[in-house]
Design a protein around this ligand. Sequence first.
Ligand code: SAM
Length: 276
Amino acid sequence: MLIDETWFALLCESAHRPGVMLNGAPLPAFPPETLQRNTTGKAGAQAIIEAFAFYTHCRAQFARMGRALSPAHSLLDFGCGWGRIARCFIREIPPANIFGIDVTPEFADFCKRAFRSHNFIATPALPPTPIPAERFDFIVAYSVFSHLSPDACHAWMAEFARILTPGGMVAVTTRGRDFFATCENLKGRATDSYSAALAEIFPDFDEARRRYDAGEFVHSNIPGVSGGGAMNASFYGESFISEAYASTAFSKQFELSAFVYEPSSVEQAMLFFRKR
Ligand SMILES: C[S@@+](CC[C@H](N)C(=O)[O-])C[C@H]1O[C@@H](n2cnc3c(N)ncnc32)[C@H](O)[C@@H]1O
């Protein structure tokens, strides 16, 4: 198997040189730069750096939790966008076992073409999905639960419990505690409408932080942060899931194995669950 540095370099190279190969097959293509930026705020190697850091955490954490990634496993990338995260896992899991779903049909269509696979489908904003029970060993979702409302979050976690194998593992990300300050500091300094909305997501940021520290799920869906396109304020905004909340809220179906917040490598907080 390729060492990490070589795999990372190949993924970065594939951003600007179509046809870079792994195991005799071309790596998935990248979409136009504007589409990359619209979904992730980044493009090319910068987008891969963030994705690779999340993937590296997932790989290590899943192994620690007792199930290391291997070719026999299957993985679902929830909210797959243009397949930025899913493509990182191709080193361990063959493309035939990698799946993605997204509420935005254009993204599922793009991934079908880029991965040369029918494993990518559009989904409604809320479950159920047509996916059979106990279908996946792993589910990853980068920068999706950082936006879902509490109801949508709970509905999808329940669906994940249904479609995961026994002992199956989930990695999702959420806004980290520092993001309260990031938003607050945008007041009077916003350069676009999204930043201007972020500056106003809470009327009182100290109160929002207090609720977070008390173990609440803190969510805002004010105009300007509710996505656009297939995303709307009924299920989409900005979400902060605290460790205390995550450790109890899903405990019937999942054990919270780790809450990792290392903004120097991955900007969002990562939550790793194992299905009971
Ligand atoms: C910020 S983007 C992240 C995309 C991708 N995970 C990545 O890191 O490159 C959020 C993605 O979640 C998708 N999404 C949002 N709400 C969703 C939902 N309820 N069900 C499925 N996908 C959703 C959006 O269409 C978008 O592709």
